[in-house]
Design a protein around this ligand. Structure first.
Ligand SMILES: *Cc1c(COP(=O)(O)O)cnc(C)c1O
Length: 400
């Protein structure tokens, strides 16, 4: 293991004491050869598992041809991936960047410019939600509905207000004559897998349409099959004006994408927004292969079936553990809510060979590769039960 005392990295991460050096499908190996069941998949990035063969081949092909070319030239594989995304989504246009925060930043800029340049009004406010997470740039951390990401970064950019999640009246109360857009995660992943209620989302979409407000859905974590459909919005029967993607889109290569409806075309003109690396050939090739495989293998349906299996099994098997208050999820984005902070439990799970991640302070997230098997889920639940038994005895009353 590397000597952490000598690290030249800024200490922005509280790192787990593990060095992972190799991965295959849902398994990871550390530098001492120990294997782990990976139920993090990066941070919901490796939806196709680790080092998926067909994505690797496409990256290798591209690696032989061309690594980088400026966006001032045509990039065929970028056009191809944009067309693919438009075909499988409700959107008509795509802007490529390199991360989720950048995709949301593009969405915020697009929404403001649409109002200010296309419609000719001066709307700029973006309504987001409490406990949301939208990224770490100045605008997206301001959009994020959590104080912890803003600490020490004052002054924050203007024009963001937070409404209460799943509360349509709170959104109504937040609307002013300056409101340009509402930005929403359909499942709030980072803060602990809080799922938007269908009625709320339906009413929100109607409200936005009526008020001339753009609806931005942040699918950075929920997109690319994770929740049991290609995009989570499909399950809500809505069509966002803007959808943002990143994490799972290129199987681990850096990528971000903002998808928008045709009416937004004139919001951006040449020179009004750009990204040097956005849409580079390598991540585009990886993204193309990722989407093709996702569609071929019907992975979003697999995610839906496995998610249902896992939720049912978790609810049954975790009943007797008083430390657990709730299990919720959509597809393979699953949260197990604890009555106490989960950090020490996560450490024990890692020691027992199961890699999982917290959501907020009291939730453990299960978000494995979409290829995860029932057998792997059973193994994960067995490890969780073993750790919980050592933790609190597991003899309490049924709580679920
Ligand atoms: C991870 C995440 C982001 C930020 O993505 P980065 O690639 O880390 O910038 C934004 N929104 C949501 C919903 C996320 O889960």
């Amino acid at each position: 293991m590397i000597n952490l005392k000598k690290s030249c990295l800024f200490p922005t991460y509280n790192k787990f004491p593990l060095t992972l050096v190799r991965g295959h499908q849902t398994t990871l190996w550390d530098d001492e050869g120990k294997s782990y069941l990976d139920f993090m998949a990066g941070l919901a990035v490796c939806n196709l598992g680790h080092v998926p063969e067909r994505v690797k081949e496409r990256i290798q092909e591209q690696l032989e041809q061309l690594w980088h070319v400026s966006n001032l030239f045509h990039i065929p594989v970028q056009e191809e991936l944009a067309e693919k995304l438009v075909t499988i989504s409700c959107a008509d246009l795509v802007f490529f960047c390199n991360s989720g925060a950048e995709a949301n930043e593009a969405a915020i800029k697009c929404a403001r410019r649409y109002h200010q340049r296309v419609l000719g009004n001066n709307r700029y406010e973006i309504i987001t939600f409490e406990q949301s997470f939208h990224g770490r740039t100045m605008a997206t951390l301001t959009a994020t509905g959590q104080e912890k990401v803003k600490d020490g970064y004052l002054p924050l950019p203007e024009g963001f207000v937070h409404a209460r999640f799943n509360d349509i009246q709170s959104v109504r109360n937040s609307i002013t004559d300056k409101t340009a857009a509402v930005m929403l995660e359909l499942v709030q992943g980072e803060s602990g897998v809080h799922i938007a209620e269908p009625k709320f989302v339906f009413e929100l979409a109607k409200l936005c349409e009526k008020e001339g407000i753009l609806l931005i859905v942040d699918e950075v974590q929920t997109g690319i099959g994770r929740t049991g459909s290609l995009f989570a919005y499909e399950q809500y029967g809505i069509e966002p004006d803007i959808t943002t993607l990143a994490k799972g889109l290129a199987s681990g290569l850096p990528i971000g994408a903002m998808l928008g409806k045709e009416k937004l075309r004139e919001a951006f003109s040449a020179g009004s927004h750009a990204s040097t690396f956005g849409g580079s050939p390598l991540p585009m090739a990886a993204g193309m292969a990722t989407i093709e495989i996702l569609l071929e293998d019907g992975l979003e349906k697999k995610a839906q079936q496995m998610g249902a299996y896992a939720l049912d099994k978790l609810r049954k098997e975790l009943k007797a553990y008083p430390a657990i208050c709730a299990v919720r999820g959509l597809g393979l984005l699953i949260g197990i809510q604890f009555a106490e902070p989960v950090a020490p439990i996560i450490q024990k799970l890692h020691q027992n060979g199961l890699l999982v991640l917290a959501g907020g302070t009291h939730v453990i997230r299960f978000m494995p590769s979409l290829y995860v098997t029932c057998d792997e889920f059973d193994q994960a639940i067995d490890i969780l039960k073993k750790v919980l038994k050592e933790w609190d005895g597991g003899t309490g009353e049924a709580t679920l």
